[in-house]
Design a protein around this ligand. Sequence first.
Ligand SMILES: [Zn+2]
Length: 243
Amino acid sequence: MSSADSQSQSPSLSSTSTPPQSGSDFLPSNTLVNRFKNFYRMATGSMSPEGQKAYWDDSDERYSDFDCKRCETWRDDLLRTSPVIRYMNDNIRKLGGDIGPHNIRCRTCKEGMLAGFDRQYGIKVCANWVQSKSMMEDVVAHEMVHAYDHLRFKTDLDSDLRHAACSEIRASNLSGECRWANEFFRNKILSFTNHHQDCVRRRVIRSVMARPNCKDEAHADKVVNEVWDSCFRDTRPFDEIYR
Ligand SMILES: [Zn+2]
């Protein structure tokens, strides 16, 4: 974005009556006065089309900064205070891994995903989709189960669909991401169990289908069925489902 528009140093807010011009009349948004001028021009319809585009790009970027900083604050809090994150972290450390602020990265994601694990890169959290600290706790716990499985079972999540399905079952089962459904059925133990399993299965099928080596839903279904019993029962490093 160019700042060809010569801006007066005076903070007078009445100097916004300059007519729309060609090129970008969007001012760098690093001062409050400029932000106000930009906003005023947008609001009064006197911003050029180029200026309007620059305005929205800039505001996306500033929201993205905000999302990422918030995500980083939550991450650091969770690493210090969340029992499940600390427990997973201790167990990952015992296997020679190391998860921390340096490899849990907060990013703005274009694709509709909450987070991902990559054995080289670490954990990516989509700061623009994760809307609360408790949601982030589930999301990070889920990815930490993948990190744990990668270290513990030396699984190659990328090439072996059965291993990928197994790790998805465990991550979904153990992370608490289905607890919203669970809480709803708190007083009905049978429904509780069934709904938890249904919720885990639905989420697992969806993420297995998203893998490049999965052909279709029938293929995902078949692979998940093959590993379901042993992987759902395998709650390591927990003694049982903790919530
Ligand atoms: Zn997963």
